[in-house]
Write a protein that binds this ligand. Sequence first.
Ligand SMILES: *[C@@H]1O[C@H](CO)[C@@H](O)[C@H](O)[C@H]1NC(C)=O
Ligand SMILES: *[C@@H]1O[C@H](CO)[C@@H](O)[C@H](O)[C@H]1NC(C)=O
Ligand SMILES: *[C@@H]1O[C@H](CO)[C@@H](O)[C@H](O)[C@H]1NC(C)=O
Ligand SMILES: [Zn+2]
Ligand SMILES: [Zn+2]
Length: 530
Amino acid sequence: MLFLLCVMLWISPGFALDGDIGKFWQLSDVHFDPDYSQHGNSKKQCHFHNDSSGDPGYYGNYLCDSPYNLVESVIETMRHREAEPDFILWTGDTVPHVEQKSLDDVLRLISNVTTVLKDAFPNTSLVPLLGNHDAFPSNQMPLVESGTHYYDDILTKGDWSQLLEKQEQAQFQKGGYYSRIVRQGLRLVVLNSNLWYSMNKKVTGNLDPNQQLAWLRQQLTDANTAQQKVYIVAHICPGAFERLQGMSWFYPEFNKRYLDLITEHAATIAAHFCGHEHTDSFRLVKDKQGVTTSLMYLSPALTPWKSPLQGVGANNPSVRLYHYSRSTSNIMDYLQYYLNLTLANEGPGNSSGGLDNSSEGEWQLEYQATQAYAVTDCSPRNFNNLTRTFHTSSIQFKRYMDYNTVSYNNSAMCGHSCFINQLCAILYVDINQYNNCMFWSGTTPQPHTRTQTYHPTNTPDHTTISPPHTTTHHKKHHKPYHLPQYVFYIIGGMGVLIVALAVAVSCLCVRKRRRGMPFKYSHFVGPINS
Ligand SMILES: *[C@@H]1O[C@H](CO)[C@@H](O)[C@H](O)[C@H]1NC(C)=O
Ligand SMILES: *[C@@H]1O[C@H](CO)[C@@H](O)[C@H](O)[C@H]1NC(C)=O
Ligand SMILES: *[C@@H]1O[C@H](CO)[C@@H](O)[C@H](O)[C@H]1NC(C)=O
Ligand SMILES: [Zn+2]
Ligand SMILES: [Zn+2]
């Protein structure tokens, strides 16, 4: 009897009553370009030029940013599929990649999209945040002590005062970040992580730009005291880019300090949500013991814009709907919607595509996480185990790779080095650990060893395109390479010696070991700590 009771208590939290499942959208990297012209030149951001030729497309073009038709259609599909979500995360980069002429242009664009979203979801809690392209000039996110009026302008001329409560506005003015308790037990901590972005030159020499780290620490402490769970929402996530070797986003010291902070408060944080990469990926976040305690969800972009960085490519337009437990704040599932841009541009009204002519266009479900990855829910443990099954030729990994570009680059080859970069980026948000992972994996060749296998497609003429998230800041770290055989013998010999010593020492002392355990390099063949 007691046993039965225990069993029931044990399984009951796993039971999600209907009313317990809440939904929220994430819309990221809109990059709305009002100068997009259907009669423009796709090699010149689809802007109209004298030499314009061809038809860049009704819903957009892989070489360009989002036309209004695309913005309108994504809002239509959101309203059609879930018109009353609990809230909407709008995770930055609303402004196009092409450098704007003035701050006023930036503010006008942000205001336009704010109005469109507010009109479409008048009764929904909208959670806006800043992306690196929303600064002027892009990437240069200012310090408050410089006397900037940027953050005030975003509220007034950018119209975010319509979306933020008075006290949130007061907080936002102090650095572009704020928090919101969206329901009992759930606090959204909305960051301006662009301050830590390595292309932001305005923060050099500053240990805690706009005192955001100190504020974040206080938020996490407060949430813990109030027994709330936290969703961290930001434009840029820390860690490395899974599609380019050795490229990380934050300044190294900010990556470390930020990661230390979220590691320390791992028990309070239920999930992290970001955009910026334009790709579909995730990261495992671990506590001090190395147990995966939460996931960073990297949602792909609305804009299909193709990065000039070789091997990064384009993506289909996307928007994502999460299912979460209102009682535990755990993420249960998510539905990734996308627009097959090629197909959509064949319409509207083209019967071969089975189109209806509504402005919703061709939006369809790309995948549902639990089904695609064969997991019961999106628990950190399940995704940790999923990552363990990844292998160059595993079905799950191939699916992940298709989704990584929002089905733009389906069935693309991902050989050894591509695979290792993907895996190391997912496993290690810490840059040293990521570098070690890349380095050591390169020394253990696997059967499917291939060199870089992405098919570079025609690169656009980007002489006039402003740098993407990162063009110039391409940090090279250790690349995998093969060491001569004798090095292994030396390392092996030293290893044996160390093990023998360790055994001897542990026999002598009854002390606890573990403390100085070296970093484990063999994750790809052995089990990943869960
Ligand atoms: C929003 O709420 C108002 C007042 O409660 C209601 O009249 C209106 O129909 C709602 N709008 C939508 C789109 O649900
Ligand atoms: C998208 O549409 C194009 C054109 O119809 C088609 O060739 C392609 O296979 C489609 N992609 C996906 C992922 O369905
Ligand atoms: C699509 O447009 C055509 C012609 O404009 C119209 O006859 C048809 O009813 C429309 N279909 C839908 C699903 O709206
Ligand atoms: Zn972006
Ligand atoms: Zn960005």
